[in-house]
Design a protein around this ligand. Structure first.
Ligand code: S3P
Length: 166
């Protein structure tokens, strides 16, 4: 079987990077991560980028990098939780690959994200920010044809579940 772009979307902490990397290994294709590519290009971490240039700048860089990286198929591309906020990004993902949305129960997300320092949007009162953002983003990942709830599951089981649905 040949693969094009396999694109992961979902809220922070749903396991996109971990599962995407494991799936790429399983399929024998490269894994690219959108945030990692942005940080590399900008020469600083994502929190530094938010702090020095602001969210708007990050969102523009994210959209541009998404367009650029989607040219490199076959690959598994993992995206940041906010990459779906622009409708043109959603259209691009749907036209350029197979989109998989990961989700997890709110309390599990809060457990997984506890102690995280790499995500500026949930810095401070993490649990409250996660709850508010989850609410704001309700439905934002529903466009993906493959929906996987990762709550309480092992990475290898999630990969097997995805392979069964691709
Ligand atoms: C963001 C999610 C992060 C990162 C940035 C913004 C968001 O990626 O892109 O901090 O808006 O949800 P992860 O989903 O990989 O944490």
């Amino acid at each position: 079987m040949t693969y094009g772009n396999v694109i992961f979307v979902g809220f922070m902490g749903t396991g996109k990077t971990t599962v995407g990397s494991a799936l790429a290994k399983d399929l024998g294709i490269p894994h690219r991560d959108l945030d990692e590519a942005i940080a590399e290009r900008e020469g600083c971490s994502i929190p530094e980028l938010f702090a020095t240039k602001g969210e708007q700048y990050f969102r523009d860089a994210e959209s541009a990098m998404l367009r650029e990286l989607l040219q490199e198929k076959p690959q598994v591309l993992t995206t940041g939780g906010g990459a779906v906020l622009r409708p043109e990004n959603v259209r691009l993902m749907l036209s350029e690959g197979t989109v998989i949305a990961l989700s997890a129960a709110e309390e599990e997300l809060i457990r997984r994200l506890a102690g995280d320092t790499g995500r500026p949007l949930i810095a401070g009162d993490m649990a409250q920010r996660v709850r508010r953002l989850l609410d704001e983003r309700k439905g934002a990942y529903d466009f993906a044809p493959i929906q996987i709830d990762t709550t309480g599951k092992d990475v290898s089981d999630i990969v097997a579940e995805i392979r069964g649905r691709m």
